[in-house]
Design a protein around this ligand. Structure first.
Ligand code: MG
Length: 173
């Protein structure tokens, strides 16, 4: 069983992960509109990963005997001034998500809810990777993004990303 407090926090985080997916899909749509199709691909896959994150928590709530309650997802930002703004927003957003995960972890620790702590450990690791990727993407852009030839190559590189579902999700289904 999950405590009411933990169940509520995880349901909110399911919403937050779906919102992340919505935000990244909105970024992908914007990037397609300015013909950065490689970056659009990268963000479309990122959106898929966020939906996976939501499903990892969704599956966890069910397995732990809790009740999944889907909450309203707000509209994401749809207008961006350029690719640089997208990449900056992404890093900021991932830092916020890390703080959200840490907050749930604090509550799980206070409640000695070891199974939730165990589940959240996956997200703690994942956030290290998300912040690392977002930082790298922003730094590359800051270094090279003003050079059109370099931007063309960066876009190509981003276009090579392929989606792989997380093992934790494929194992559970
Ligand atoms: Mg996420």
């Amino acid at each position: 069983m999950l405590s009411e407090k933990i169940e509520k926090l995880i349901n909110e985080q399911i919403r937050n992960e779906l919102f992340s997916g919505y935000l990244y899909l909105s970024m992908s749509a914007y990037l397609s509109s300015i013909n950065l199709n490689g970056y659009a691909n990268w963000f479309r896959i990122q959106a898929q990963e966020e939906r996976d994150h939501a499903m990892i928590m969704y599956n966890y709530v069910l397995r732990a005997g809790g009740r999944v309650e889907l909450l309203a997802i707000e509209q994401p930002k749809t207008d961006f001034s350029d690719l640089g703004e997208v990449l900056k927003d992404t890093l900021e957003h991932e830092k916020k998500v890390t703080a959200m995960i840490y907050n749930i972890m604090d509550v799980a620790n206070a409640e000695k809810d070891y199974k939730t702590i165990q589940m959240l450990n996956w997200f703690v690791d994942e956030q290290v990777e998300e912040e690392e990727n977002a930082t790298e993407n922003l730094e590359k852009y800051n270094m090279l993004g003003q050079d059109k030839k370099a931007l063309y190559l960066l876009d190509k590189e981003m276009g090579a990303r392929v989606y792989t579902p997380p093992a934790i999700l494929t194992a559970a289904e």
